[in-house]
Design a protein. Structure first.
Ligand code: ACO
Length: 331
C-alpha cells in the first residue's frame, strides 16, 4: 500500500515582533488580559508590501531544501490561507510565479484554521492515487493588515499573527511511515460565529464607502461560541480518530494542535485526561497564525530535534466555518 509522508518541512515568520504591551499602546488592552485568556505574549507582523505568498515562498524554499528537492520537482501546489494576496486569483498562482514553475497545477484552500489539515488530506489522496509525486502544501497568513486595532476590534485583533509553514508531501519509502489517517468535518450553521463579510456579493455594489466606516471590513467573532464548539468538536474528533486508527493515547508522542488559543488546547487535554505536556505550543510567540500554525509548530519541534523517525503524531485543528479535523502520522 502506498502511503504519503512529509518529505520536507520549513517555515518562516517575519522579523517584526509585536508584544502585548505594544498593542496596549494603540488600544485599551493589557498583557494580563491577553495572556490569561489566550496564552499569547507576542506575535509577528509583516511589513507593508508583503503578501502571504511572499511568506509562503520562504517557507516553501525551506521545505524544499529539507526534502533535498528543487522547485522543478514540485508538480502541484496547494495553498491554504485566510488572508490571500488578493480576492482572486488564488495565492497558489502568485506563489507558483514567484517560484518560476509555470504550468504546475495550483489550488487554494479557504478553510481558515483547518486549511492546512484539509490541504494535507488532499495532497495525501493525490499522492496515493499516483496523480502527483511532490506536492507542496503551504499555509501562510498576513493577518496584520486586516485587523481592527481600535477598541471595537480588540477581542479579535490581539489573537492573530503573521507567518508561514510548508511541507512537501511525497510517497513514503516505507508502508509503516507517513500519513496514517485523516478526518475532516464542517458545520456551516456556525459560519457567522467567525467571519468577514467584506466580500458580500449579494450587495450591489458589493462594497460601499459606508462599509469602510462600519465593522463590515473587519473580522467578527463570537469568541464564547467558538471556544465552546472548539473544545467539544476537538475532543470528539480526537477520540474518533484513535478508535478508527486503533491507536491508544500512550502511542502518541506529541499532539500538534492548531494554535488558536492556549486555553482551548489545555481544556481539551484536561477533558481527555492526557498530560498537558503532550500538547505542544508556540502560541506564546506567534499568536494564532491560522493556516500556518500547524506546519510552523511542527517545523520548530522537528528542528529542535524532538521528533524521531517512527514517532506517532496527532495533528488537530478547529476554525471558522466551523471546520475541524485531525491527521495522524508516523514520522
Ligand atoms: N483587552 C481587554 N479587554 C477585552 C479585550 C482585550 N483585547 N477584548 C475584549 N475585552 C473585554 C470585553 O469587552 C469584555 O468586557 P465587558 O465584560 O466589560 O463587556 C471582557 O473583556 C470579556 O470579554 P469576553 O469576550 O467575554 O472574553 P472571553 O473571556 O470570552 O475571552 C476570547 C475572549 C479570548 C476571544 C475567548 O472567547 C476565546 O478565546 N474564544 C475562542 C477564540 C478563538 O479561538 N478564535 C480563533 C478561532 S480560529 C480561526 O478559525 C481563525
Amino acid at each position: 500500500m502506498i502511503r504519503s509522508h512529509i518529505k520536507g518541512i520549513g517555515s518562516y515568520v517575519p522579523p517584526k515582533v509585536v508584544t502585548n504591551d505594544d498593542l496596549a499602546k494603540i488600544m485599551t488592552t493589557n498583557h494580563e488580559w491577553i495572556h490569561a485568556r489566550t496564552g499569547i505574549e507576542e506575535r509577528r507582523f509583516a511589513e507593508e508590501g508583503v503578501f502571504c505568498s511572499d511568506l509562503g515562498l520562504i517557507a516553501a524554499r525551506n521545505a524544499l531544501k529539507d526534502a533535498h528537492l528543487t522547485e522543478n520537482d514540485v508538480d502541484f501546489i496547494i495553498f491554504a490561507t485566510l488572508s490571500p494576496d488578493h480576492h482572486f486569483p488564488g495565492s497558489a498562482c502568485y506563489l507558483q510565479a514567484k517560484m518560476g514553475i509555470p504550468g504546475v497545477a495550483c489550488l487554494d484552500v479557504r478553510n481558515q484554521c483547518s486549511g492546512f489539515l484539509y490541504s494535507l488530506s488532499v495532497a495525501d489522496a493525490f499522492v496515493k492515487a499516483g496523480m502527483y509525486k511532490n506536492i507542496l502544501v503551504v499555509g501562510a497568513e498576513v493577518h496584520s493588515s486586516a485587523l481592527d486595532f481600535t477598541d471595537r476590534g480588540r477581542d479579535v485583533a490581539v489573537l492573530f499573527g503573521d507567518g508561514a509553514g510548508a511541507v512537501v508531501v511525497s510517497a513514503s519509502p516505507s508502508p509503516e511511515r507517513g500519513i496514517i489517517y485523516s478526518e475532516l468535518h464542517a458545520d456551516g450553521r456556525h459560519a457567522r460565529a467567525l467571519y468577514l463579510d467584506i466580500w458580500d456579493i449579494s450587495k450591489k455594489p458589493y462594497i460601499t464607502e459606508e462599509d469602510a466606516k462600519t465593522r463590515q471590513i473587519w473580522p467578527q467573532m463570537d469568541g464564547k461560541t467558538v471556544f465552546k464548539h472548539a473544545v467539544t468538536r476537538v475532543e470528539e474528533v480526537i477520540l474518533h480518530t484513535l478508535e478508527e486508527a486503533r491507536v491508544s493515547p500512550e502511542d502518541i508522542k506529541f499532539v500538534i494542535p492548531h494554535q488558536a488559543n492556549m486555553r482551548i488546547n489545555q481544556f481539551v487535554a484536561a477533558k481527555l485526561k492526557w498530560p498537558e505536556e503532550k500538547f505542544l505550543h508556540n502560541i506564546e510567540r506567534y499568536g494564532n497564525t491560522t493556516a500556518a500554525s500547524i506546519p510552523l509548530l511542527l517545523d520548530e519541534t522537528y528542528r529542535e530535534g524532538k521528533i524521531e523517525p517512527g514517532d506517532l503524531l496527532l495533528l488537530f485543528a478547529f476554525g471558522a466555518g466551523f471546520t475541524w479535523g485531525t491527521t495522524l502520522l508516523r514520522w
